[in-house]
Ligand binder design. Structure first.
Ligand SMILES: C[S@@+](CC[C@H](N)C(=O)[O-])C[C@H]1O[C@@H](n2cnc3c(N)ncnc32)[C@H](O)[C@@H]1O
Length: 200
């Protein structure tokens, strides 16, 4: 589901970038470690800040990244142009990732799974495109915030079948992932690192 004008402003501003760069990337790095030399994927990359962090902080060699919103991809193309062929961008849907099975060493989700009505299908797609032993780094927004009366008036999100932290963990495990580490904040946000088992 595309962002409304309010949430797009929240995402495309220096405060969001500072939070992603100085808090979330550091937390996820501490939880799951770097992915030096990796071929990585970012789903729902927005304007491309996360892709920069996957290259610079997590030390991936190459990042593929896509978003449902062509305007976000246009912004990401501009931002990431100096990175040359270390980045490939396209307009795409996380429910049907345009990649072969077992392509990536790591997949990154900075707050996109909760935007998808059939969010479990995204987890299944992430699992499919990860190599055995590959890691999934996720930052997610929980039902308590999405269904908050004020927040739900300000933003557009699917409202049925939203998850709490335990629901997200259970869905990861049901998909086949092993949980490496997790962290929550105020029952409204979670960060997970999960791993596709080597023998799967
Ligand atoms: C909350 S924003 C986060 C953007 C970016 N990851 C960030 O942290 O700044 C969610 C993003 O997911 C994208 N999105 C929503 N549904 C999607 C889908 N099914 N497939 C791919 N991207 C999607 C939206 O267009 C939006 O850019």
């Amino acid at each position: 589901m595309l962002l409304n004008r309010f949430e797009k402003l929240l995402m495309n501003n220096p405060v969001r970038e500072a939070i992603q760069r100085h808090l979330e990337a550091r937390w996820l790095l501490a939880m799951g470690g770097p992915v030096a030399g990796a071929r990585a994927l970012e789903i729902g990359c927005g304007r491309g800040v996360g892709t920069e962090l996957v290259l610079d902080v997590f030390r991936a060699e190459h990042v593929d990244a896509f978003d449902l919103d062509p305007d976000m991809i246009a912004r990401a193309r501009e931002r990431l142009a100096p990175r040359g062929d270390r980045v490939r961008l396209w307009v795409g849907d996380a429910e049907h990732i345009d990649a072969e099975a077992a392509t990536y060493d790591a997949v990154f989700d900075f707050g996109i799974v909760h935007h998808v009505p059939r969010w479990r299908d995204v987890l299944a797609e992430v699992y499919r495109v990860l190599k055995p032993g590959g890691r999934f780094y996720a930052e997610e927004v929980l039902a308590k915030l999405i269904l908050d009366p004020v927040w739900s008036r300000l933003t557009d999100h699917p409202s049925a079948d939203r998850f709490d932290g335990e629901g997200f963990r259970a869905a990861l495990v049901a998909t086949g992932f092993e949980i490496v580490a997790s962290k929550g904040l105020l029952d409204r946000f979670v960060w997970f690192v999960a791993r596709k088992p080597t023998a799967s």
